[in-house]
Design a protein. Structure first.
Length: 172
């Protein structure tokens, strides 16, 4: 199971990026996201809505105390940071584990995070988005395999040109 911990969500500033973190976590194979920082029901409900329409399972929860979430997590802890070891050097070790907490920052990440984790992993050693880092990490972890979703209400029908979305009818 992959759980994502989004550190430091800030009301009025991070709603769009935090929503995108949740969407990427879900679409790329994580089963859960934990938001810390300011509680933002509207943002969390947006991610829950997508999971409801496009399939799950995927849970969205709030944990005010991120330290508690990290300390109580049973499994390995991976912090995505540009200061870490390149993902290519450690992904095979990480993939051996089945219960992984992936920690990504929002605001400045407290220094203690670097000490609390099993791995500090870099998706390049250059500044970029936590959304990009999460997407690349999950793509590497799952070797590019696309997740199969349950409870799908809407489904994309791949097209060479144009867009086609199909409503999935439930059998009685």
């Amino acid at each position: 199971m992959i759980t994502v911990l989004r550190l430091g969500h800030r009301l009025g500033r991070d709603a769009r990026i935090s929503t995108h973190v949740g969407l990427v976590a879900r679409a790329f194979g994580a089963q859960k996201i934990i938001y810390s920082g300011d509680k933002d029901e509207k943002m969390m409900n947006s991610v829950k809505f997508v999971s409801n329409e496009w399939g799950g399972p995927f849970s969205v929860v709030y944990q005010k105390n991120w330290r508690k979430a990290v300390k109580n997590f049973k499994g390995i802890k991976v912090h995505l940071t540009m200061y870490g070891i390149p993902v290519q050097k450690k992904i095979s070790d990480i993939k051996k584990k089945r219960n992984v907490l992936v920690i990504i920052g929002g605001e400045k990440v407290p220094g203690e995070v670097y000490q609390m984790v099993d791995y500090n992993i870099a998706i390049t050693n250059q500044p970029h988005s936590e959304v990009a880092a999460l997407g690349v990490f999950l793509h590497e972890y799952f070797q590019g395999r696309e997740k199969k979703f349950k409870g799908v209400k809407l489904k994309i029908i791949p097209q060479k040109k144009g867009k086609r979305v199909k409503e999935v009818k439930k059998s009685s």
